[in-house]
Ligand binder design. Structure first.
Ligand code: ZN
Length: 163
């Protein structure tokens, strides 16, 4: 009976991410930038989270990156709430998407930190070469040489979408 109560308590309490584990795409049920933290998954860096399948594959990519370079793959940004998108747009202008349209607001984008964030580094080249194996893509519009977006965004990678 005591054991039964304990199990029942564990089921009731669960963990914040038990819902997300049950359905990795749970984040898609919410509007851009309005995804509850409980249905996102952490990526092992303070304050950073993504849709759960993106988080899982980011972790796999980061593991391979670390094995290759001997350093962690760090990000400055991942999921971005609607309020944070408004703030980003206000501070950085066209460097940030129109609020409510960012892939960050869907939990499907990261901004790399350090050498991985800079075009022309071995780290960036590695991500271009191996990222797609994990579903992580550097979209053509982010490439400064494409001329799609002035200056590009060398640091911005997206999960299974290039738009
Ligand atoms: Zn970004």
């Amino acid at each position: 009976m005591a054991a039964g109560a304990l199990v029942a308590g564990m089921l009731a309490g669960g963990t914040p991410h038990s819902v997300a584990r049950a359905d990795p795409l749970a984040a898609d049920r919410y509007p851009n930038g309005r995804i509850p933290a409980a249905v996102l998954c952490p990526i092992g860096q303070p304050g950073q989270s993504l849709r759960c399948d993106a988080a899982r594959d980011f972790a796999r990519m980061a593991g391979a990156y670390r094995a290759h370079f001997g350093r962690p793959l760090l990000v400055t940004d991942s999921y971005r709430s609607y309020a944070a998108q408004v703030s980003c747009r206000a501070r950085k202008g066209s460097l940030c998407a129109v609020p409510g349209t960012s892939n960050h607001g869907r939990g499907l984008a990261v901004d790399m930190d350090g050498p991985a964030a800079r075009c022309g580094t071995p780290e960036h080249a590695w991500l271009q070469l191996h990222g797609s194996r994990y579903g992580w893509l550097w979209p053509p519009w982010a490439n400064p040489t494409s001329g799609i977006k002035p200056g590009g965004e060398c640091w911005h990678f997206q999960y299974r979408t290039t738009s």
